[in-house]
Design a binder for this molecule. Structure first.
Ligand SMILES: [Zn+2]
Length: 149
């Protein structure tokens, strides 16, 4: 017996238009385009000192975008005061805005967060955030630009 299966095609875009176009540049290209501190944070997985970043105490309404490629990453509505010294968010602005990878550097087992468009290192995500997500996206201010609403 044959069954007719109705598939909703909006979920079948693998390899098609739903996939984000990645921006690929060599480290040498990024080095010439980005300020030295941003290059260090995004391409050498740097971490800015706590309480030093320009967006830690920032409370304006708007969207935080990637300094490297301009992609929207976080919304001010998802930002909260974690007390950590780094801008903290409970979720990305959209699920596919970020990419994740495991990071075992410095003897710690952490999950690295990257810009899904250009692979810039942004920070880490921890499972000690507030509800409803329970997540804390701990992000360097230096990898973000802010677009006021
Ligand atoms: Zn980016």
């Amino acid at each position: 017996m044959l069954y007719t299966v109705n598939i909703d095609h909006k979920y079948l875009n693998i390899g098609g238009e739903a996939m984000k176009e990645k921006i690929r540049k060599s480290n040498e290209e990024w080095r010439t385009e980005l300020p030295e501190d941003v290059f260090h944070l995004t391409r050498e997985k740097g971490t800015e000192p706590p309480f030093s970043g320009k967006y830690y105490y920032h409370k304006e309404k708007g969207v935080y975008v990637c300094t490297s490629c301009g992609s929207a990453l976080f919304s001010s509505t998802d930002k909260y005061d974690s007390g950590s010294g780094w801008p903290s968010f409970v979720s990305p602005i959209e699920e596919d805005a970020l990419d994740q990878a495991s990071d075992d550097s410095y003897g710690m087992n952490r999950v690295e967060v990257r810009c899904n468009s250009c692979d810039a290192h942004l920070g880490h995500v921890f499972e000690d955030g507030p509800q409803p997500t329970g997540l804390r996206y701990c992000i360097n201010s230096g990898v973000l630009d802010f677009k006021k609403e």
